[in-house]
Design a protein around this ligand. Sequence first.
Ligand SMILES: C[S@@+](CC[C@H](N)C(=O)[O-])C[C@H]1O[C@@H](n2cnc3c(N)ncnc32)[C@H](O)[C@@H]1O
Length: 377
Amino acid sequence: MSSLTSTEHAAGAPFASPGVTDRAASGQTAADPDADEADYDAQEEQRAIEQAEEGSIIVDSDDVATDAGYESDGHTAASTSLADSVRDYIYENGRRYHRFREGRYNFPNDDVEQQREDMKHAMVKMLCGQLYFAPIGDSPHHVLDIGTGTGIWAIEMGDLFDSASILGVDLSPIQPEWVPPNVRFMVDDVDWLHPRNCFDYIHARHTVMAIKNWPRLLRRAIEHMRPGGWFEIQEVLHYPISHNGAMAADHPVAKFWELIHQGLSNLGVDFHAVAGGRLANTMRDCGYVNVSERTLQIPIGTWPKNKVLKTVGLYWRTILLDGLQAIALGPLMRGCGWSREQVEVFLIQVRRAYHDNSCLMYMPLHIIYGQKPESHY
Ligand SMILES: C[S@@+](CC[C@H](N)C(=O)[O-])C[C@H]1O[C@@H](n2cnc3c(N)ncnc32)[C@H](O)[C@@H]1O
């Protein structure tokens, strides 16, 4: 459960470092070495988010060399398939995919992928220090998480707001059974049907690789939000940018993400939908007001000097490396017509190139939120 209170997440305020408040309240003194360390950690957290948002990440000059070799990804084939079609799975190239609305989402849902999604959640939380940014107040009643995945965000929101009712919707039935009493999951397409004017807050994170028609989703969502409710999107722009401009255009990591973009585009998905303020503009075009966008840099690798950003970078690189095959198979085989062998051979150079810390790579995380006008019924 997050230790944050909702007032600490108020949007528009500088990014909070919740630990500072906790420690101040605990009455620790400067003479106490534990307190000094805690203060230092709190300052590192604050500096991390400032550097990530300002694009001023300080480089650790001791950590820009290429890391030692990386072992190949492990992967499992899940063994259970349940009876009815909603709970059924299909298997492709040793990976498990959703059966309900088959083919709509091009990435696996097996145990390995679920662990990776949970690690991504931990990484984003470490970077942002909070679960959301929209100013939703202290007591939202109805919260919807679209493409909830393992449901980890929905569960933590349920812990944070015990008066709220949280609904997570996903194509895959991969959420745990034991959840807080105010959290529910539903296997469904985001083309859901619910009462109009209902949700105080709708959240979508890491769904840019799935959503084919953002204007349609945003218009549908606004009908189901109560006037004054908020829609928040948190999406990574999956393309490596070099902090020092040292990355060649044919760098294998850049080539990899360009091909994934192409494959998804062939499958009808705009993987770069958040680039250049486009999704924020789509939100405005769909009738949302008070639309804000913030961008944080997620380092890839251990090159930042700040210890929070160094850990974030280690997590993010691990997540990307662990997911190499899961990310590549659908877009390259279904989208570009590659064979499994072509994919596996290509991945060898990409895997190696991720350990090149000298290009100081990062990816932007876009946080976009907008409000349904009070006057819109
Ligand atoms: C990358 S995961 C993100 C999970 C979660 N939002 C998080 O941040 O931890 C994307 C999820 O979206 C789900 N998804 C994709 N297309 C969907 C759709 N049309 N309707 C509902 N869920 C969908 C997938 O099944 C997958 O679990």
